[in-house]
Design a protein around this ligand. Structure first.
Ligand code: B12
Length: 94
């Protein structure tokens, strides 16, 4: 990836698909954390935080759930990690 000047191999298709299924009048700010991080303004702006993760993203995923809960946001999760080990996400407050 370094040689090709890329930060990720392909777009995160799971969460993009979920975003496309949301009501069309919802405002969406999309963030691929392989490429860039969301801002404090993004956190303030949102009502609900929707996360998708694989097991390898465990630490980041749980930290994001905890941050969202701390800020009083609702959290919805999906993808391979919470689908295979839902308890971790529930324990973190999703
Ligand atoms: C393409 C792919 C890759 C690509 C791209 C990965 C990427 N970053 O996007 C490459 C080759 C790079 C890759 C690498 C790896 N992969 Co991979 N990969 C896949 C594969 C074949 C398809 C994923 C995909 O894009 N599907 C298409 C999208 C549309 O579907 P989806 O992601 O499943 O999302 C749907 C649902 O999960 C759900 N959903 C997803 N998110 C959310 C969120 C919410 C809120 C809700 C409600 C629903 C929801 O809705 C979506 C639409 O139906 C899957 C196996 C599979 N068939 O699913 C493995 C898979 C995801 N990979 C896996 C693994 C282990 C890895 C690696 C860690 C391997 C390694 N040791 O290096 C690395 C991680 C690299 C990284 N940091 O990203 C595992 C994850 C296991 C787990 N439980 O976490 C899987 C499941 C394969 C397996 N059975 O072991 N992978």
């Amino acid at each position: 990836m370094e040689i090709a000047g890329l930060k990720a191999v392909i777009p995160p298709l799971g969460i993009i698909t979920v975003a496309a299924l949301l009501p069309s009048d919802w405002g969406i700010r999309f963030c691929d954390r392989n490429v860039t991080h969301e801002t404090d303004a993004d956190w303030q702006w949102c009502d609900i935080v929707i996360l998708s993760a694989m097991l390898v993203e465990k630490q980041d995923f749980q930290a994001l759930i905890r941050k969202a809960v701390q800020l009083g946001k609702k959290v919805a999760v999906g993808g391979p990690y919470p689908a295979s080990v839902p308890q971790d996400a529930l324990d973190a407050g999703a």
